[in-house]
Design a protein around this ligand. Structure first.
Ligand SMILES: Cc1ncc(COP(=O)(O)O)c(C=O)c1O
Length: 493
């Protein structure tokens, strides 16, 4: 962080009273004393001035009474990590940065470094507020309203699909999708194993049984060979799945063409869980638009957010119309409240849709920024032995929603858990890759198809993968600090 430090620069001829007033105005609890040549001589804190007064000085005395002290400083351009180390060593909270002549140019303060570096935080643009204020001005606060209609239309246009229904979460959208596809108690539904539990829970909501499919090491997404084996087995047993929930992991599309081809051949409907891949592409088309029904999430950690929300998309107008109906308590058209079916309260509010409209306008910027974060990590750390990266498949563009690295257990000096803890000691949030569904106690009874017989890739991804801070609002200094801590951790420095 660059800050204007002119107000903190003092010379030894000023009085202690004036110095106290400057300290007060500067509000950074430190002044920088210059020598006659304008070089940094030392820092001055409240405590230094108090000790002068306790030692017999008066407020009219000058700073020339201060004892000699070697300035603790770093050269301009020094990183946060070096500053933090120096602060800890000297038990101080400020480090001035000096140019080659010794003149102070910037100041790093411990509190700058202490704010946590989080995995993925909301990053709002300039327009969300306007849409939300419109909702306030028109008192259109309650569910539905013009922002909801516009958000649905704008998102559908953006990804190039016919229709969209804005709902309260990505999970709700998956639940509605399974309902629309007729998933009933006793049905089987296939699902990617390497995912967040929200992909699979709606299968249970419908009383159906999940069967989990592994990922391909080349894409970390649904393994086509495993899917092929699972479908062939299901056909043999006479228990073909009613649907497949295919997940696009960490911003990257699954290999949708062969998946659609296989599922079409067996008459299995595909729900594309694109909660993590809005903004990505697959073979020139938007990720999320390949399945019969697609879903997005606008959860707070996603690439764009409405604080909480989701979208169900499809080219099938009837599906989307019915999704809206089910999401609004399945209220039949009648002059009074009339219900012939069970429904849900799953619609998005007009205020949150306003946030979504603003966010959609910056989606491309957010994709570029997240890809930039990943590129910086890879460029800065590529020489570290044992450190690898989630691959990007050549069939499309990932958003790198999360930057995911891997640690080779044979080479790295730490486990993923140790690595995450080392980052946490520096107030950096990193997370394990999803613990696959087939390893969850909740799904212990469910069948699972690994990528190859005897080789489950998602177990390996969970064991070796770590998600690093990835937000589009990360500052260069924060990424640099993360890189420094990773380097130190993996080289044992
Ligand atoms: C792959 C995946 N599917 C579904 C969801 C559920 O979305 P939401 O949190 O909006 O319910 C999430 C994220 O939260 C997710 O990562």
């Amino acid at each position: 962080m660059y800050r204007n430090i002119n107000a903190l620069l003092v010379e030894s001829h000023i009085s202690i009273r004036d110095a106290m007033a400057r300290l007060d105005r500067g509000a950074l609890r430190v002044l920088l004393l210059l020598d006659d040549a304008g070089r940094l001589q030392r820092t001055i804190t409240d405590g230094d001035l108090r000790r002068l007064l306790v030692g017999g000085a008066t407020l009219r005395d000058t700073l020339a009474r201060l004892p000699e002290k070697t300035a603790v400083s770093l050269p301009l351009g020094a990183g946060h990590k070096a500053a933090l180390d120096l602060m800890d060593r000297h038990q101080i909270d400020h480090i001035p940065l000096v140019d080659e002549t010794g003149r102070p140019c910037d100041l790093i303060i411990r509190t700058d470094l202490r704010s946590p570096i989080l995995l993925s935080t909301p990053h709002l643009g300039d327009q969300e507020r306007e849409f939300v204020e419109d909702a306030f001005r028109s008192n259109w606060i309650a569910p539905l309203g013009p922002n909801v209609d516009a958000f649905e239309r704008e998102l559908a246009d953006h990804v190039g699909i016919g229709h969209a229904a804005a709902v309260s979460s990505g999970t709700a959208a998956i639940h509605l999708a399974l309902n629309l596809l007729g998933v009933r108690p006793g049905d089987v539904v296939f699902c990617s194993s390497l995912t967040f539990v929200a992909s699979a829970n709606p299968i249970l909501y419908q009383g159906a049984t999940p069967v989990f499919i592994d990922s391909d090491p080349a894409t970390w997404n649904l393994s086509v060979p495993a899917l092929r084996r699972a479908l062939a087995d299901a056909e043999r047993k006479g228990r073909l799945p009613r649907a497949l929930v295919v997940v696009n992991l960490y911003g990257q599309s699954a290999d949708m063409a062969p998946i659609m081809e296989l599922c079409d051949a067996y008459g299995v409907a595909v729900v594309e869980d694109a909660a993590e891949s809005l903004g990505a592409s697959y073979r020139g088309r938007a990720s999320g638009t390949w399945g019969r029904i697609g879903i997005y999430s606008f959860n707070g950690n996603k690439i764009i957010t409405t604080s909480g929300g989701g979208m169900l998309i499809s080219d099938n107008a009837e599906f989307v119309e019915r999704a809206r109906f089910l999401a609004t308590q399945a209220r039949d058209p009648a002059p009074w409240y009339l219900h012939t079916q069970m429904g849900y309260n799953y619609r998005m509010s007009n205020i949150l849709a306003g946030v979504g409209r603003g966010q959609l306008r910056v989606l491309e910027d957010r994709v570029a920024a997240r890809r930039g974060v990943f590129d910086r990590y890879r460029a800065a750390l590529s020489d570290l032995p044992g450190l690898g990266w989630m691959p990007e498949a050549d069939y499309g563009q990932s958003t790198r929603w999360l930057s995911v690295c891997t640690l080779d257990p044979e080479v790295a000096r730490t486990t993923t858990t140790g690595f995450i803890a080392a980052l946490a000691r520096h107030n950096i949030e990193a997370r394990h890759v999803w613990n696959p569904m087939h390893l969850q106690p909740l799904f212990a009874q469910c069948d699972y198809y690994p990528h190859e017989e005897g080789h489950s890739f998602s177990d390996e991804a969970f064991r070796t993968g770590v998600c690093l801070p990835s937000g589009s609002n990360l500052e260069a200094g924060q990424i640099e600090l993360v890189c420094d801590v990773i380097r130190d951790t993996l080289t044992g420095r």
